[in-house]
Design a binder for this molecule. Structure first.
Ligand code: GDP
Ligand code: MG
Length: 442
């Protein structure tokens, strides 16, 4: 993965007393290869590497006490820039009600699903009254699909009237929205298998008839560079105000997100990470950059935790992480929380230092049994051992292994895992994740 490759590069630089220009050049070569492998567009890679090199060969880096850290910080900042700058770009909901949001994209990209997700989010989190309307007259079942989705989300949907054109349905939706006092009207359009003039013309007509506050392009992250090309074509033909990237839960190589802003000029506003209606996230460039660098996405994790767990528990966890000060008891409690939150793969990506653990595990068998084993091992430790893991040497390891039915090797792996995590936390704190954390907590 891109994240694995990047942490490899910085692991090499870490702990060096001083960096030579050759060291920086070597690191940049690896960064370049990693990005190309991750399917980032070539012009974006070139621009990125040049920017980083320019800043990295500056004296402050070569002279700094911890140059590896300094280079990591420069790369982190450049990643944030490439992804569109710090902070999520919110949906524009400042127009007078009913505010039209137009969903466009190719067939199967996730438009209908995302329409339902956005409706649910606006209604539950922002207390907006939302009306969903399907303008898809291409596929007979499309309007029914949206209606069923609306029922699941407990959001209103426009009654289906057969025989109307997309523009007529759009106008009826806006009229209904006005008459019945809806705040937002989400217009879900039909897609085609590929970009064609008929599709663009339909979108232009709907736009002209409804004057949407947002024209959101939905693209499938799994299609990699094609997603970026699709976005470019749509933006040039009809203009888009934002991009929603779906299927971020798949094993897409991530390069598309990195190229999107530079190539299309349109910000990624939201991402989809599953088929469930709740699987919609804001796109925070600084968090994504952190994940790419293998630093984890603490703020995202805290957010997810606070949705799933009781508030007190997640805040305690956040504070410990913030201080970069946690012991094996905290590690065990984290494992318990991970189990509660489900979707182990996604959570591991967000946890600092856990990316490697994910790599060690057979992905197809990624389950919670490892976490149960680790918990068992930790519960065989004394209180003192859990507080100060450094004291766990050979004889203690043997005792702990015997007590939990594990091997000494397993105990070693757990301690290494904990160690990696602590190191990563310290790195995050140095990179200024405190601000990021506060943002996630507020
Ligand atoms: P549309 O043709 O653009 O309206 O696409 P749909 O909304 O009908 O979605 C096509 C398929 O993709 C459906 O099976 C969805 O459940 C699935 N889908 C949509 N978004 C996501 C996502 O973020 N992750 C995953 N794994 N599947 C998704
Ligand atoms: Mg659809």
């Amino acid at each position: 993965t891109l994240s694995g490759r990047f942490s490899g590069v910085f692991d090499k630089l870490r702990g060096r007393g001083a960096l030579s220009e050759a060291d920086v050049a070597e690191a940049m070569r690896e960064v370049r290869l990693a990005m190309l492998d991750a399917d980032v567009a070539l012009p974006v890679v070139k621009d990125f590497v040049n920017k980083v090199r320019e800043r990295a060969v500056g004296q402050e880096v070569l002279d700094s006490i911890s140059p590896g850290q300094a280079v990591a910080k420069i790369v982190n900042d450049a990643l944030i820039d490439a992804l569109g700058g710090a902070g999520a770009v919110p949906l524009n909901l400042n127009n007078a009600a009913p505010i039209p949001i137009l969903m466009v994209g190719l067939q199967g990209s996730g438009k209908t699903t995302t329409s339902g997700k956005i409706a649910l989010r606006l209604q539950t989190r922002e207390r907006r009254r939302v009306l969903l309307a399907s303008l898809d007259v291409q596929r007979p079942a499309a309007q029914l699909q949206l209606q069923q989705l609306a029922e699941r989300a407990r959001v209103a949907s426009l009654p289906i009237v057969p025989g109307q054109t997309p523009v007529q349905i759009a106008q009826r939706a806006i009229e209904t929205g006005r008459r019945e006092g809806f705040d937002v009207v989400i217009l879900d359009t039909a897609g085609r298998l590929s970009i064609d003039e008929a599709l663009m013309e339909e979108v232009r007509q709907i736009r002209a008839a409804t004057n949407p506050a947002e024209t959101l392009l939905v693209v499938d992250a799994m299609t990699g560079q094609d997603a970026v090309n699709t976005a470019k074509a749509f933006n040039e033909a009809v203009g888009v105000s934002g991009v929603v990237m779906t299927r971020m839960d798949g094993d897409a190589r991530g390069g598309a997100a990195l190229s999107m802003r530079a190539i299309t000029g349109a910000p990624i506003k939201l991402t989809g990470s599953g088929e469930k209606l709740e699987a919609l996230e804001e796109f925070h460039p600084e968090r994504v950059a952190g994940r790419i660098l293998g630093l984890g996405d603490i703020a995202g994790l805290v957010e997810k935790a606070s949705e799933t767990l009781d508030h007190e528990e997640s805040e305690k966890l956040a504070l410990k992480m913030l201080r970069g000060k946690f012991d094996l008891d905290d590690y065990a409690s984290q494992l318990r929380q991970i189990q509660k939150m489900g979707s182990i793969g996604g959570i591991l990506d967000m946890l600092p230092g856990m990316g490697k653990l994910k790599g060690q595990l057979d992905e197809s068998k990624l389950d919670t049994s490892v976490f149960k084993r680790h918990q068992a091992i930790i519960s065989s430790m004394t209180k003192q051992e859990r507080r100060t893991p450094d004291i766990i040497k050979a004889s203690r390891k043997k005792r702990i292994a015997a007590g939990s039915g594990a091997t000494v090797q397993e105990v070693n792996r757990l301690l290494k895992q904990f160690d990696d995590m602590s190191t990563m936390m310290k790195r995050i704190n140095k990179l200024g994740a405190k601000g990021l954390m506060r943002q996630g907590l507020s």
